[in-house]
Design a protein around this ligand. Structure first.
Ligand SMILES: Cc1ncc(COP(=O)(O)O)c(C=O)c1O
Length: 436
C-alpha cells in the first residue's frame, strides 16, 4: 500500500468525502463502537444515542444475546438462499412472528413474508393487496413516509425531496390528510376531517371498489410522530370492510415494542389485514417483512415476489434473539413505563415555553413540536437549534415533521433510568437555551 493510501486510512475524516451526498447527514461523527445506549467515536467521545439509528436498535447497540446469535449463525452459514433451501432460524421465525399479529382473530392462521428493508416490505404489502383484491388503487395519508423505492416513494408525502425529479411515479395512489389533532382543531375535528376527506375522495376521484388497500402508519413517523385520535384505526377498518378494501398498517417505525405495545396497532381494537415491519425486527441487521392471514399471503404465487437476500439466515437468527430479548427483558412494558415518565417530564419542562406547540408520543416514540404561538407557523429553526444544543452535550436526537419542526426522541428500550434522567436534563437545558 502506498503512503497516500496509508495516510488516508488513518485519517478517517478525509475519507468522509467519499460518501455521496444522497446520504443526508445529521452529524459528522465517525463511530468506532456502539454498545447499549452509547456510541463512541474515533476521538474517544461518547454520545447517548436517542436516535436508535432511526428507530432500529430497540434492544440497544450490540446486545450480547443478539451478537452471540449472529456469531453462532454466521459460523454455521451466512447465505442459505430462501428459494433453494430452508434454514433453521428462518423456519423458527416463520413460526414465531405470526403469533404477534396485532388483534389477531382466533379463527385465522397468519403467515410471514421476509425481505430486507422497510421499502421492500411496503412493496410486498402493496403487491399482495393488488393480487388479493385485483384492484389498482391505494389510499395513503399525507405526511406519511414509506420508503424510497419507486413504489414506496409514490406512497410517501412527508417531504417533496423523496419525490422531486423522479416522476412519473407509480399510478393509482390517492392521498387524504392524516388526522393531526394539533393542527386540525383537536382529536374529534381531526378524525372528522380525515373521514370526510375519504368520503369526498370516493365521491369525486376514485371509486371505492377500485381501491385495493389503505396504507397507514398507526403513529405518523417521519411526518411528525403524530398520534392519531383513538377512534381512527377502527373507523378506517369500518370503511375498509364496507368497501372490500384491505387495511395495511406500516409498523416499520412504530412496531417492535417501541410504543409500549408490540405493535402500535394494538393500542386500538382494529384488526389489520397486512402488517409491515422492519427497523427493530433484527436489532440492526437488514431484515423486514409483512404479516398477513395465510388466506391472503398464499395468493402471492411462487416467484411473484422475493429477492436474493430475503430471510437471510444471520438476520433471522438476530431476529429470534431480538424477540427473546424483548420478552425476557420485558421491553414492551418498559417502553410504556419509561415512555410515560419521559412524556410527563418533558411536558413539565416544556410547559412554560410558548414556542413548544406540543409534546406528544406513545411509549418511547416521543416528539416536541415547535411552532409560533397562535398561528402555529412551524419553527424548524428551533428544532434544528435544539439538536445542536443536545449534541453539544453528547445527546443525539433527530428531527421529524413535514417542515422538520419537531424533535423526535427514540431511546433504546433498554436504556437505564439514569440515562433517561441524564437525557431529560440535557433536553431541559436545551429547551431553556432555544425556546425561552
Ligand atoms: C414508517 C416507515 N415505513 C417505511 C420506511 C422505509 O424503511 P427503509 O428505510 O428500511 O426502506 C421507514 C423508514 O424510515 C418508515 O419509517
Amino acid at each position: 500500500m502506498d503512503q497516500h493510501a496509508t495516510d488516508l486510512l488513518t485519517d478517517w475524516s478525509a475519507l468522509r468525502s467519499g460518501v455521496p451526498p444522497a446520504w443526508a447527514r445529521y452529524t459528522d461523527l465517525i463511530v468506532e463502537r456502539a454498545s447499549g445506549s452509547w456510541l463512541t467515536t474515533t476521538d474517544g467521545e461518547r454520545y447517548l444515542d436517542y436516535t436508535c439509528g432511526i428507530g432500529v436498535t430497540n434492544t440497544g447497540h450490540a446486545h450480547p444475546r443478539v451478537v452471540a446469535a449472529i456469531a453462532e449463525q454466521a459460523a454455521k452459514g451466512i447465505h442459505l438462499q430462501q428459494n433453494i433451501v430452508y434454514h433453521q432460524p428462518g423456519l423458527e421465525l416463520h413460526r414465531r412472528l405470526p403469533e404477534r399479529f396485532p388483534n389477531a382473530k382466533a379463527d385465522t392462521a397468519y403467515g410471514l413474508f421476509l425481505s430486507n428493508s422497510g421499502a421492500e416490505a411496503i412493496e410486498a404489502a402493496v403487491k399482495l393487496a393488488k393480487v388479493v383484491t385485483r384492484r389498482p388503487a391505494v389510499i395513503a395519508f399525507r405526511g406519511g413516509f414509506h420508503g424510497r423505492t419507486h413504489g414506496a416513494m409514490a406512497l410517501t408525502s412527508s417531504n417533496v425531496k423523496y419525490r422531486a425529479h423522479f416522476e412519473p411515479l407509480m399510478g393509482g395512489v390517492h392521498f387524504v390528510p392524516f388526522p393531526y389533532p394539533l393542527r386540525m382543531g383537536g382529536a374529534d375535528a381531526a378524525l372528522a376531517t380525515t373521514m370526510d376527506a375519504i368520503d369526498e375522495l370516493f365521491a369525486t376521484l376514485v371509486s371505492p371498489d377500485d381501491v385495493a388497500t389503505f396504507l397507514i402508519e398507526p403513529i405518523l413517523g417521519e411526518g411528525g410522530y403524530v398520534v392519531p385520535p383513538d377512534g381512527f384505526l377502527p373507523a378506517l377498518r369500518e370503511v375498509a370492510d364496507r368497501h372490500g378494501i384491505l387495511l395495511a398498517v406500516d409498523e416499520v417505525q412504530s412496531g417492535y415494542a417501541r410504543t409500549g405495545r408490540f405493535f402500535a396497532t394494538s393500542w386500538t381494537e382494529a384488526t389489520p389485514d397486512i402488517v409491515i415491519m422492519a427497523k427493530g425486527i433484527a436489532s440492526g441487521l437488514p431484515l423486514s417483512g409483512i404479516l398477513a392471514p395465510r388466506a391472503l399471503l398464499d395468493q402471492l404465487g411462487p416467484g411473484s415476489h422475493g429477492g436474493t437476500y430475503g430471510g437471510n439466515a444471520v438476520a433471522c437468527a438476530a431476529a429470534l434473539a431480538t424477540l427473546d430479548v424483548i420478552d425476557d427483558e420485558g421491553l414492551v412494558d418498559r417502553a410504556q413505563r419509561l415512555g410515560e415518565r419521559m412524556l410527563a417530564s418533558l411536558r413539565e419542562r416544556a410547559g412554560h415555553h410558548t414556542a413548544v406547540a406540543e409534546v406528544r408520543g406513545r411509549g418511547m416514540m416521543l416528539a416536541i413540536e415547535f411552532a409560533d404561538p397562535g398561528s402555529l407557523a412551524p419553527r424548524p429553526d428551533l428544532a434544528k437549534r435544539m439538536l445542536a444544543e443536545t449534541m453539544a452535550n453528547n445527546l443525539l436526537l433527530l428531527t421529524c415533521g413535514i417542515h422538520g419542526q419537531a424533535v423526535r426522541i427514540i431511546p433504546p428500550l433498554v436504556t437505564t433510568d439514569d440515562e433517561v434522567d441524564l437525557a431529560l436534563g440535557i433536553i431541559g437545558d436545551a429547551l431553556e437555551a432555544v425556546a425561552s
